[in-house]
Design a protein around this ligand. Sequence first.
Ligand SMILES: *[C@@H]1O[C@H](CO)[C@@H](O)[C@H](O)[C@H]1NC(C)=O
Ligand SMILES: *[C@@H]1O[C@H](CO)[C@@H](O)[C@H](O)[C@H]1NC(C)=O
Length: 168
Amino acid sequence: MNFSTISVYRVLIALADALMVANAGDPNILSDFILPQDSYLADANFFTFTGMRSLMNAPARHHLSSIKPPHTHPRSAELLFMVQGSLEVGLVDTTDELYSQTLQTGDMFVFPKGLVHYQYNTDAKNMVVAISAFRSANASNVSVLSTLFTTGIMLLAMLCWPSPSRHI
Ligand SMILES: *[C@@H]1O[C@H](CO)[C@@H](O)[C@H](O)[C@H]1NC(C)=O
Ligand SMILES: *[C@@H]1O[C@H](CO)[C@@H](O)[C@H](O)[C@H]1NC(C)=O
């Protein structure tokens, strides 16, 4: 093999790599979330996994209360794992259905990609420790409050309320 043949192979291999990278992208989802085929109607339990509660018996020791107000991650679903404490969580789908849940230590909850959600520690005496995992290196946060108030579009939203769209 001479030098130029090796170069051609290198280019071909690089192209093949590039094609594989292009094919590895997420397909765009066409629904808020996907229910199993034999499914009941979704409720908050659909997003919750409680199977690890019994493995997690660490007592809560710290004192803190916190709230993560309604926000979305436009580029990724979020998987939340409760390491310690109890947390109120909720998400709203695109039909304005609210799914809320009280999570305990060891629980997991999934917030589907792009849907508005919140996390709230109602017990001021006990600190919550939770780990969030995202499928995107930059899931991004969009705060519903700052979207509405810092841009001033809250006024438009109020003009249109309660109808989602109004022609003016
Ligand atoms: C992540 O996304 C935000 C916009 O949502 C952008 O401002 C920021 O630069 C991005 N960070 C990286 C490392 O790409
Ligand atoms: C949300 O924003 C904070 C900083 O404002 C950043 O540290 C964090 O990584 C962001 N989360 C996601 C999922 O992008």
